[in-house]
Write a protein that binds this ligand. Structure first.
Ligand code: CO
Length: 291
């Protein structure tokens, strides 16, 4: 028993040495991806896909993942025994392991509450100087921030969902929404989609424009059919329940069917398909080059 404990300790020690030397061998470049997270295990590949793509794009860097949602992290720990670090813990570990340069990349859709909380954490770590601090710590912006981000997002949505509208159909993009002022990002996206004459309608679960606005727009469009898709990184709880649960009379699919539309729901998060990771990889590269 004692021997086993000893060899376990030796293993742990060797692993720590390896981890530390890996950080140093890589010139101390780290990338910390930060997602909101999801409590649905079968929705998690959407986030893990992004992680794998970023690892492939930056083979010289150590790429790690963290979740901003405390509720989700605690639920995953309780139900699956899986510990996922919040950004502050992940950064403290990277600092302790000797990383010199770290890019923190938000995987959030808008620069809302989760993103601004993350920015505060990054600022706090950036203010630590001397031998304990990072030489360089930068934050990559979320999916929708600069004008070019919106243009790229429109491009992504077109390539993914325009084929679904071939014969007069419409696509409803269900976003999350927030009380934070950054909620306006969704309306700006709708304006850009409208300017291109795309049959896409943005609606939000928790904020304006909501389901009533979606209904009004669809009435004007009178599409041959409607496809509901989540405008979220993962097709998690909101997508499954609020959007696509046909047994729930208040779900979006039931409500839109009640309006006389022919409706399908696509349980596919933005991270499940091609293209999303490339946009975030672009943001990481820009953050690396920033002064
Ligand atoms: Co929510």
């Amino acid at each position: 028993m004692r021997m086993r404990k000893m060899s376990f300790l030796v293993l742990v020690f060797a692993f720590c040495l390896l981890a530390a030397s890996a950080a140093l061998a890589q010139g101390g470049q780290g990338i910390l991806l930060v997602a909101f997270g999801t409590s649905e295990p079968d929705a998690r590949p959407a986030i893990d896909n992004v992680l794998q793509s970023v690892r492939q794009a930056f083979p010289e860097a150590e790429v790690r993942m963290s979740y901003t949602s405390n509720i989700i992290r605690r639920k995953i720990l309780k139900e699956e025994g899986l510990a996922i670090d919040p950004p502050a813990v992940a950064l403290a570990k990277m600092q302790d392991e000797g990383f010199k340069s770290v890019v923190v990349q938000s995987l959030h859709v808008i620069p809302g509450e989760e993103f601004s909380g993350l920015a505060d954490v990054v600022d706090a770590f950036a203010s630590i100087g001397g031998k304990w601090g990072f030489d360089r710590l930068v934050l990559g912006r979320p999916l929708l921030d600069k004008m070019e981000d919106y243009e790229n997002a429109v491009g992504l949505l077109k390539s993914r969902y325009l084929p679904l509208t071939a014969d007069g159909g419409a696509v409803v993009l269900m976003g999350h929404g927030t009380h934070h002022e950054a909620n306006a990002a969704y309306s700006k996206l709708q304006l850009l989609l409208d300017e291109e004459g795309l049959p896409f309608v943005v609606g939000l679960v928790e904020a304006f424009p909501g389901l009533d606005s979606v209904k009004r727009r669809l009435k004007e469009m009178s599409p041959s059919h409607v496809t509901l898709v989540p405008f979220m990184v993962v097709a998690g709880d909101h997508a499954k329940n609020d959007m696509a649960d046909e047994d729930d009379p208040e779900s979006w699919i039931s409500e839109l069917k009640g309006e006389g539309h022919k409706v399908d729901a696509l349980l596919e998060g933005l991270g499940d398909g091609e293209g999303l990771a490339d946009l975030f990889i672009g943001h990481i590269r820009e953050a690396m080059e920033e002064n």
